[in-house]
Design a protein around this ligand. Sequence first.
Ligand code: M6R
Length: 359
Amino acid sequence: DKGTYPYYMLKEIDEQPAVMRKLVQEYFGDNDVAKIDEKMLKDMAEADHLYIVGAGTSYHAGLVGARIFEKLCGIPTSVHISSEFAYEQPLLSKKPFFIFLSQSGETADSREVLVNVNKHNWPSLTITNVDKSTLSREATYTELLYAGPEIAVASTKAYTAQIAVEAILAQALGVYMGKQAAKDFDVKHQLGLVANGMQSITDSKKKIEEIASRYLSKVPNAFYIGRGMDWSVSLEAALKLKEISYVQAEGFASGELKHGTIALIEDHTPVIAIITQDRTAGLTRSNLEETQARGASAITIVSRHLAQEDDTFILPDVDEVLTPLLSVIPAQLMAYYTSLGKGLDVDKPRNLAKSVTVQ
Ligand code: M6R
């Protein structure tokens, strides 16, 4: 039920703080340590490589998760688009562990990969919103997203729930493996900060709507740029804009622009920079300035401690590995308002189904 909301997507964007709190409740309860199956942690700790597999938004959540697993657990982690992995399987390590990300648990491309994984008896985990879904039943282990039903075709709360669950798992696994980086990371407390931060962003919809209508509603194309995790989020941000507002959008590694793509920048091309990582903030800013010098309209989504006077959206500070949970929210809302402003059906964009059960 949409209640008083005009579209499910807006309701689902607004539910994200509650989903973060629910995840903390479900995974930690009153404890400081997450409740995770020890047998699974053992299988993961024994792996020499984690393979994350997903499609669309779930693939994008995997890109963020891989960085968290590598940082907290020190296990090499790669991320794969399921429709590619199924037919162009890379050379695998000796002891692989597979993590399937799927909101629905029914995506055919991902199922195809799991069938093959099971043929080899490799251990696997499905992280999904739907208990007893096919991917959940067929994997060795399941962890749930607890996001509640996601109705809008454009995935929002499943993306942030996926990243949060990856962070909870990576922290638990890192601690299990005795890694200091994981012991130092208070994921439970941080997710509380994230929930409050999300709330403050969703409370500032007016400004986001204005920026969307001023910069995005009349243009044929736009760019999201960033480095590292910010680049991963820029891919998801661009997908949101494409799928519901039909703006041709590209998420781009900001340092790579000058190697060709900057040729596309014209007067008033929106370039939205995501800046949340200390090490790369200055570099992304100079890349953004290079586009401005060629006429781009610059918009910024920046963590508070990195903010400068003219920045557009300022995000509350949280641990660096969790900034995607906040930086994606203005992007989700800009896509929503651009679509709404164009009079499109936000929840049911053309040519798309919620769950893609064909290959
Ligand atoms: O149910 P899944 O997470 O496996 O779905 C994967 C993609 O089809 C899905 O994320 C799709 O990209 C969304 N429409 C994006 O908003």
